[in-house]
Design a protein around this ligand. Structure first.
Ligand code: 4AD
Ligand code: MG
Length: 434
């Protein structure tokens, strides 16, 4: 029967009396005396099905459980219900896989807590709103790659088993690599810079990033999807922000077209940025202190500060995004370039979306001697990082880039409470399964 299967969205368009086969999962089944009413769900939608008592296997059908997978054959007829539309009068069916009872989570009822839902995630994602989150995520992934491709970036795939990182060492996961000690990659930073210098000028990667962060928050994962890009021959960090601004204009404009139904279902109206404000850390700290949030000169923004900032930006600029520029040197890694006239600053920025950091970027220091001095300032011996140091010895152009978190992008767009809602199978300090 499966060879005759068509999708529900197509069955819904057929003329009455057409014979069709549709397959999917039982969302609802209600035996009502001489009739059985079924709501069947497949990847394209839902449809009402009716079985009458004269069906030979009526009794067998009445015992089918919710979330079982079946294929049905029958005739299209117009529904007598108020909502109208097509329904299927069942003439034959096959049970492909009967679902055990009780279901471990209440699919579609939204009553199970997130931990339980993730324990049984493949059942959870059958619920159309949850399913919509991941169809939107899939399109964001594609649109991001499309954008970089269109802008002449080359996609690179870099090792996730590494011998060292260039971000904070505290967040590295140790692994035993035969007789050596190795780490899971905490960012493709080294490799992005390497292949800008490698003649590609513009590179990007969308791949897993690992962070041994003990923090159990609604925004941290130990494994997430990084969207990283790096570009050469830039004038300054504003060239990078220009590209990132275009990236979000593109993603959100296109997403409204390709995920219209999913966005409607989740009641999300994406707001395409017009001009993302670029405000320096100094300006922002002054503004924040007027709103009762005081931070000292060398402080980073904490999550509360980002949240307040998000509100201010919405009110004063009518935008959801803001670039926070010129982070203090104190809170940035050694490879961020310092402005000519400010040894305590960096040519770096974060992108905040609806009050949460979704990206960090900077112009990198490409002059070997200065980079070496900056590393020493942070207690790092550049010469011991041979593969990294070499990049800056053979014609490395001025360059910079950004690292975005895909999971956080999805979370912020869809206004989800927890980043775990935006990833199929989250990893955090407590969770290693499924
Ligand atoms: O801010 P991060 O640590 O910056 C870097 O990795 C730099 N190499 C980027 C660069 O090119 N300068 O990470 C980048 C982004 C964050 O803004 C956030 O969106 C996401 O990655 N991210 C996380 N997402 C989920 N869980 C975590 N633990 C995350 N840590 C960072
Ligand atoms: Mg950051």
């Amino acid at each position: 029967m499966l060879d005759k299967r068509i999708l529900i969205k197509d069955a819904l368009k057929k003329k009455p009396s057409t014979k069709v086969a549709i397959a999917g999962w039982i969302k609802q089944i209600k035996p009502l005396g001489k009739l059985i009413f079924i709501t069947l769900r497949d990847r394209s939608g839902e449809m009402q099905l009716i079985a009458k008592q004269d069906l030979k296997t009526f009794k067998e059908l009445s015992k089918v459980t919710r979330e079982s997978s079946l294929i049905f054959e029958g005739n299209i007829q117009e529904s007598k219900q108020k909502s109208g539309g097509n329904e299927l009068e069942i003439k034959d069916f096959q049970i492909l896989n009967q679902a055990e009872t009780p279901l471990p989570i209440d699919v579609g009822a939204g009553t199970s807590n997130i931990d339980k839902r993730i324990d049984h995630r493949f059942l959870d994602t059958r619920e159309e709103k949850i399913n919509a989150i991941f169809r939107i995520r899939s399109k964001i992934f594609k649109l991001t790659a499309d954008f970089f491709d269109k802008e002449d970036f080359t996609n690179i795939t870099t090792p996730k088993i590494t011998s060292a990182g260039v971000e904070s060492g505290a967040e590295l996961f140790n692994i035993q690599y035969f007789k050596k000690n190795a780490f899971l990659s905490q960012s493709p930073q080294i490799y992005k810079q390497m292949f800008v210098a490698g003649g590609f000028e513009r590179v990007y990667e969308i791949a897993p990033v690992f962070r041994a962060e003990k923090s159990n928050t609604t925004r941290h994962l130990t494994e997430f999807t990084g969207v990283d890009m790096e570009m050469g021959f830039i004038k300054d960090e504003h060239d990078i922000m220009d590209v990132v601004e275009e990236l979000f204009k593109y993603i959100l404009t296109e997403l409204k077209k390709v995920c219209k139904e999913e966005l409607e279902l989740l009641e999300i109206k994406p707001i395409v940025p017009k001009k993302i404000p670029r405000l320096s850390m100094k300006e922002i700290k002054t503004t924040l202190s007027k709103h009762g949030k005081s931070l000292s000169e060398d402080d980073d923004l904490d999550s509360e500060a980002e949240e307040i900032l998000g509100e201010i930006i919405k009110k004063e600029y009518n935008e959801e995004f803001v670039f926070v520029t010129n982070y203090p040197w104190e809170v940035r890694p050694f490879y961020h370039m310092k402005p000519k006239d400010d040894k305590n600053g960096t040519k770096s920025f974060d992108l905040i979306w609806n009050g949460v950091e979704i990206a960090t970027g900077a112009q990198r220091e490409h002059r070997y001697d200065i980079l070496k001095k900056q590393a020493t300032e942070k207690g790092i011996k550049l010469d011991e990082m041979e593969a990294y140091a070499e990049i800056f010895k053979f014609g490395c152009p001025p360059h910079g880039g950004i690292g975005l978190g895909l999971d956080r992008m999805v979370q912020r767009l869809l206004k989800l409470n927890n980043v775990r809602e935006a990833i199929l199978l989250p990893r955090d300090p407590e969770r290693l399964t499924p």
